[in-house]
Design a binder for this molecule. Sequence first.
Ligand code: SF4
Ligand code: SF4
Length: 369
Amino acid sequence: MAARNPTDKTLGESLRERGVSRRGFLKFCAATASMMALPPSMAPAIAAALEQAKRPSVIWLSFQECTGCTESLTRSHAPTLEDLILDVISLDYHHTLQAAAGDAAEHAREQAMAANPGEYLVIVDGSIPGPDSNPGYSTVAGHSNYAMLMETVENAAAVIAVGTCATFGGLPGANPNPTGAMSVMDLVKDKPVINVSGCPPIPMVITGVIAHYLTFGRLPELDAYNRPMAFFGQSIHDRCYRRPFYDKGLFAKTFDDEGARLGWCLYELGCKGPTTYNACATMRWNDGTSWPVEAGHPCLGCSEPRFWDAGGFYNTVSVPTSASGVNVLAAGAAGAIVGGAVAALAKKQTKTAVAHRQPVTVEELEAKL
Ligand code: SF4
Ligand code: SF4
């Protein structure tokens, strides 16, 4: 009997073949629902949909980048990279991870495109020298990045741009942009493009977007920059645990002063949290261990357009105002009474925001299925 194409199998079948327990699967569904900020009542629907979902063919293209996005993905922990590749998607081509080389590698890409017209996903990391640039600036297998991108997306279902190079041009696109680097959404106009920005992007956000696509058959709700609202809907500042100090006007002045030791706000050390939208404060990095601001370093604003050119990393962003229109630095100087009132307001807002991300336990899920 002829072997079945891996993409013909449902995710449930693949999971069972690989010995993944039902409990492990439900745990993943519960985490995915919480991660996507869906109500717990959606978790059973996610489990049912993923059980029956076909593994989509994925072609991963790497252009002008540092491989940090793939490095980030390989440190994914929920699900692990192994889960992602073997159980959730059929990763048919990946410049960095594939074992095949030369003609065999290119053949894998062409075969995936021919076998799944209109159904495969294209993931891109890295920016692309535009059509008016010298095509020799960046090539793979003799093809310019631009030619390979346009050929590969032609019959794709959707394109997921991962990392700030693919989403906004990133470092290659920083002034003076010698290669004429452009983002995926600058070039691809006739396909859905979803942006998972970040330098690097959070791996669970990449897998969350794929899980959403498999569950609902469409891409999630996006913000003005095509980023999924579930992960980019609130700023770093909205969710920062140092926020009460900001609201009281308590700022570290150097990296080793008393304020820094007491965990005060890093705003005056250049933190771009107030103008940066990403999920670092809630998802955290390295298996949920910590995140940059918790480690004592200001947010660089890596998930925003042109962050390399947006002033120095350690320059303070322009002074914002509080929800009541009061300059917060002035509020801090005016004393703890005003600061305390703003802190209470921020606490209430944070509580409301956190309420959007409701966890569901495996026990609850098992009881429903
Ligand atoms: S400015 Fe930065 S450190 Fe301060 S509260 Fe906002 S995100 Fe946190
Ligand atoms: S804290 Fe800021 S600079 Fe650091 S990874 Fe998150 S968004 Fe990027």
